[in-house]
Design a protein around this ligand. Structure first.
Ligand code: FAD
Ligand code: SF4
Length: 464
């Protein structure tokens, strides 16, 4: 008999006031008792609508049933058969738009907390030291992977388990992509990402950091001189976009990428233990309404800002950020200035930011994205008193690899062109996936693409 409780079993959290000043994880995870209580809400539906909502098809009712039976190892085996990074996905996947959106318990009441249960099982397995298994046989074929974000890591894991000799080339000094440099510690602890990376190394995946493909070595040199039979490009979308308004080159204006990288990867929040501090004013404006903007605003608060604004040109309903992140940001005291658009950033005589002029907006007819188009209200300009501005209005793929690889086709906006069913690019034995192909998307979609490309590479090399 299912537990007919209408709402999700609450997840313990750090107190909002306290956590707004530290980088420790906000959500604390279920105990076994809480996990089993939540698992008992699942109706074990025959049609498995939740699984259809999962981009990598995790066998959801099956793993939840194992939790119900107290068989956590069995639950882990089921999840990890489809998802190589469950501890990460359980924390950052937008479940409310995927599996949980399809859950029948959501029709009257709240859906089953699938993400929370996935996290519980993955953390349990990690604590027990469960890891992916090394291949039984080596096939001696070398495959190169460019980029160590979720796309590259999942492609590497899937190929290595089939016996390929896999090397990841990563531009930064630390592997993990956005999981390490973008998503903050308080949402995704870095030790956990590091453990996933270490376990790939333990099964024989080679990771070379500080290698910028297109500068240190080209893709053609990897294939022709270094003997790689195939390449997967998972280089992400790390090129920040700006609005193009006056004042964007003033001191105190950061792209969200730079701001988050300095704080997360360079550990600016842990100065002087890490000698790479960041200068942040008392009043900060973050421009944008996505997850990146939420993360930047909450980081600004935690590195000492007294007042942090989110400045977003549409309304809350149109915000692309996860509802949970918006809720957490509000709880922590972030001030949302919605239907507001910056028109210029003001500087003092020394070239430092001393304010931001904004204009109020109103919503008109829906645009191509289906969201109502914001239009400025004439004469409604006002000045926001800030010393730091963080621009979080989106990223596009960096053109370095496409511009140094002859014959590698890309869209005008930078996305690498691939065949949908195989993820093969315009070059033979070169595949691509994740944000480098789709533009900024999600961890699970990048992971799914890495896995799909690994299948295609395996097929192509087996037929060679
Ligand atoms: P990335 O994670 O960007 O990894 C690409 C890697 O390639 C990087 O390490 C980069 O250094 C490396 N690289 C680039 N060029 C080269 C080169 N020439 N040579 C060698 N290496 C190279 N998604 C969610 O699902 N949930 C969230 O809550 C969420 N929050 C986010 C918060 C922030 C701040 C950001 C920025 C993104 C967030 N996302 C979230 C999106 C998600 O992180 C990305 O969609 C995902 O990481 C894309 O994975 P990827 O492997 O394609 O690329
Ligand atoms: Fe369980 Fe919801 Fe999936 Fe039904 S839809 S099997 S209730 S998680």
């Amino acid at each position: 008999m299912a537990n007919m409780q209408m709402t999700k079993t609450p997840m313990p959290e750090q107190d909002a006031k306290e956590r707004g000043r530290n980088f420790r994880e906000v959500a604390l995870g279920y105990t076994e008792e809480q996990a089993r209580n939540e698992a008992a809400r699942c109706l074990n539906c025959k049609t498995r609508p939740c699984t259809k909502g999962c981009p990598v098809g995790v066998h959801i009712p099956e793993f939840i049933e194992r939790i119900n039976q107290g068989d956590m190892e069995g639950a882990y085996r089921i999840i990890s058969g489809d998802n190589a990074l469950p501890a990460i996905c359980g924390r950052v996947c937008p479940q409310e738009n995927q599996c949980e959106k399809q859950c029948v318990r959501g029709i009257k009441g709240e859906p089953v907390g699938i993400g929370r249960l996935e996290r519980y099982v993955a953390d349990w397995a990690m604590a027990k030291g469960m890891k992916p298994q090394a291949p039984e046989k080596e096939n001696g074929i070398k495959v190169a992977i460019i980029g160590s974000g979720p796309a590259g890591l999942s492609c590497a894991g899937a190929l290595r388990s089939r016996g390929y000799s896999v090397s990841i080339f990563e531009a930064l000094h630390t592997a993990g992509g956005v999981l390490m440099y973008g998503i903050p510690e308080f949402r995704l602890p870095k030790a956990l990402v590091q453990r996933e990376i270490d376990s790939l190394r333990e099964i024989g995946v080679d990771i070379e950091t500080n290698v910028v493909v297109g500068k240190s070595i080209t893709l053609d040199e990897l294939m022709q001189d270094e003997g790689y039979s195939a390449v997967f490009i998972g280089s992400g979308a790390g090129l920040p976009r700006f609005q193009g308004i006056e004042g964007e080159s003033l001191c105190g204006v950061y792209s969200a990428n730079e701001f988050l990288t300095r704080i997360n990867l360079m550990k600016a929040y842990d100065f002087p233990n890490h000698m790479t501090p960041i200068k942040v004013g008392k009043r900060v404006a973050v421009i944008g309404g996505g997850n990146v903007a939420m993360d930047a605003s909450r980081c600004a608060l935690r590195v000492g800002a007294e007042k942090v604004y989110i400045v977003y040109r549409r309304g809350e309903q149109e915000m692309p950020a996860r509802a949970e992140e918006v809720h957490h940001a509000k709880e922590e005291g972030i001030d949302f200035r919605l239907l507001t658009n910056p028109t210029r950033i003001l500087g003092d005589e020394k070239g430092n930011v001393c304010g931001m002029e904004c204009i109020e907006m109103e919503l008109s007819e829906p645009d191509a994205s289906g969201r109502r188009r914001p239009v400025p209200k004439a004469g409604s300009e006002f000045i926001l008193d800030v010393e730091t501005v963080v621009v979080a209005i989106g990223n596009t793929p960096n053109p370095l690899i496409t511009s140094t690889t002859p014959g590698l086709a890309a869209q005008k906006w930078g996305g690498i062109v691939v065949e949908e069913d195989t993820l093969k690019t315009s070059r033979d034995f070169v595949y691509a996936g994740g944000d480098a192909v789709t533009g900024a998307a999600t961890v699970i979609l990048a992971m799914g693409a890495g896995k799909q490309a690994a299948d295609s590479i395996d097929k192509a090399l087996s037929n060679k």
